[in-house]
Design a protein around this ligand. Structure first.
Ligand code: ADP
Ligand code: MG
Length: 366
C-alpha cells in the first residue's frame, strides 16, 4: 500500500487530467474549464467534470480515462469521478432578436419538401436528447398541417398560467402545436403577416421554462417560417433532413443555402429512409439510393449526422404516438436516431465553443 506523503495536491490532479482531450473541441478538459471541482481527502481524490451536453457520446470513456490517470498518481488510493453537464448556448442574440429567457438553443429541423421525415426526426431527436437528461422543448412549426400531436400522441387544449401559455408535456418534453390551440379540423389558411405573428407568439407568449434545446419541426415549403424564425429569435442552427433520391437531395441543397442566407448555421445533415432491411430475411435494399446524403454533406461542408433506415415500426410509432427511440431504442433504427442526437448535441457544443472563443473567462479554470 502506498502511504500518502502529502504529495497529492490540486495542481498534480489537474496536470494528470490534462491528458484527456475533448474529441470535438480538440483541447484538453482542464484548459476547457470542464474540471469544476477537485477535493482531496487523505488518499482519496474526487473530481467533478462538467461536459457541454448530457448526450456526450464519449462521457463514459472520459470518466474511465480520468479514473485511470488519477489512480496512477502517487499517494492516491481512491478515486471518485462525477460527470455532470451544462449545455451552453450557441446563439448570438442581438437587438432585433432577443433570446427567450431560459432557452439556450433553438434548433430548426428540416426544410424542403414534405414526406422526407422532418417531423419523425424532430420527435425522435427530441426524445433522444431528453432521454440523455437534457431539458427539451418541441415546437410544431407546421402551422398548416401540424403532425406533432399525432406523432407524440398528445390531444389536449393548452392552458395559461394567467400570463403565458403552458406547454403540454410528453416523454419529458415540453410541446406546443397549433393543433392544441384550434379545434377546427379544417386546414388553416394564414397570410404571411399572420404567420409571422403566430411564430412570435410561440416564443414570446409561451412559458417554455429552462430548456437546453428547443427543437422546431419545420414545415415543408418555401421558407416563410425559416425567415420568420431568423427575424424573431437567435437560432443556434438547423438540421437538414433528406432522403437519398436525387430530387430530395436537390431540395436539401436549396434548403441549406436558404439557411445560410438567413445566417442560420447548418449543424448537420441527416439522411432518412436511407436503406431498407427486410425484417424476414435481413436483406438490405437501397430503395431510394444510398450515400447521397453523406456526399451532399461533404459537398456543402456541413457535418453529417447519420443515416436512418426505412423501418416500418418508425411509421407505426409515428401513427400511434410512440416514437421509435422510446419503444425500440436498441433497434438499428432507434440506435441510429440516438447516435444522430448525440452528434447533433456535439455540434451545438462545438458551435457554442466557437461563439465563446475570444472570451477567455469562459474557458478559464474555475
Ligand atoms: N425511416 C422511416 N421509416 C419508415 N417510415 C418513416 C421513416 N421516416 C418517416 N417515416 C414515415 O413517413 C411519413 C412521412 O414522415 P414525416 O415525418 O411526416 O415527414 P415530413 O414531416 O417531412 O412531412 C410518416 O408516415 C412517417 O411515419
Ligand atoms: Mg412534418
Amino acid at each position: 500500500m502506498t502511504i500518502s506523503q502529502g504529495g497529492i495536491n490540486e495542481s498534480a490532479v489537474l496536470d494528470a487530467l490534462k491528458v484527456i482531450q475533448d474529441p470535438d473541441l480538440h483541447r484538453d478538459i482542464v484548459s476547457l474549464g470542464f474540471v469544476k471541482q477537485v477535493s482531496i481527502d487523505g488518499e482519496m481524490v474526487s473530481v467533478v467534470i462538467e461536459l457541454t451536453t448530457p448526450a456526450c457520446p464519449v462521457k463514459d470513456q472520459m470518466r474511465e480515462q480520468a479514473e485511470t490517470v488519477l489512480r496512477q498518481l502517487p499517494g492516491v488510493e481512491k478515486v471518485y469521478v462525477e460527470m455532470t453537464a451544462n449545455v451552453r448556448s450557441a446563439s448570438s442574440p442581438d437587438e432585433g432578436r432577443a433570446a427567450i429567457p431560459g432557452v439556450k438553443n433553438i434548433i430548426a429541423v428540416g426544410a424542403g419538401k414534405g414526406g422526407v421525415g422532418k417531423t419523425t426526426v424532430s420527435v425522435n431527436l427530441a426524445c433522444a436528447l431528453a432521454q440523455h437528461g437534457s431539458r427539451v422543448g418541441l415546437l410544431d412549426g407546421d402551422i398548416y398541417g401540424p403532425n406533432i400531436p399525432i406523432m407524440l400522441g398528445v390531444q389536449t387544449q393548452l392552458e395559461t398560467d394567467g400570463k403565458k401559455i403552458v406547454p403540454a408535456e410528453r416523454y419529458g418534453i415540453r410541446v406546443v402545436s397549433i393543433g392544441f390551440l384550434t379545434q377546427d379540423e379544417a386546414p388553416v389558411i394564414w397570410r404571411g403577416p399572420m404567420l409571422h405573428g403566430v411564430i412570435q407568439q410561440f416564443f414570446r407568449e409561451v412559458n417554455w421554462g429552462d430548456l437546453d434545446y428547443l427543437i422546431i419541426d419545420m414545415p415543408p415549403g418555401t421558407g416563410d417560417v425559416a425567415l420568420s424564425l431568423s427575424q424573431t429569435v437567435p437560432v443556434s442552427g438547423a438540421v437538414a433532413v433528406t432522403t437519398p433520391q436525387t430530387v430530395s437531395l436537390a431540395d436539401t441543397r436549396r434548403a441549406i443555402r436558404m439557411y445560410q442566407k438567413l445566417n442560420i448555421p447548418v449543424l448537420g445533415l441527416l439522411e432518412n429512409m436511407s436503406h431498407f432491411v427486410c425484417p424476414d430475411c435481413n436483406h438490405e435494399s437501397d430503395i431510394f439510393g444510398k450515400g447521397g446524403g453523406e456526399l451532399l454533406a461533404e459537398q456543402m461542408k456541413v457535418p453529417y449526422l447519420g443515416q436512418i433506415p426505412l423501418y416500418e415500426p418508425i411509421r407505426v410509432g409515428g401513427d400511434q404516438g410512440t416514437p421509435i427511440v422510446m419503444t425500440e431504442p436498441e433497434s438499428p433504427a432507434g440506435q441510429a436516431l440516438i447516435d444522430s442526437a448525440a452528434r447533433l448535441a456535439a455540434q451545438v457544443s462545438i458551435a457554442s465553443y466557437e461563439t465563446t472563443v475570444g472570451a477567455p473567462e469562459e474557458v478559464a479554470l474555475p
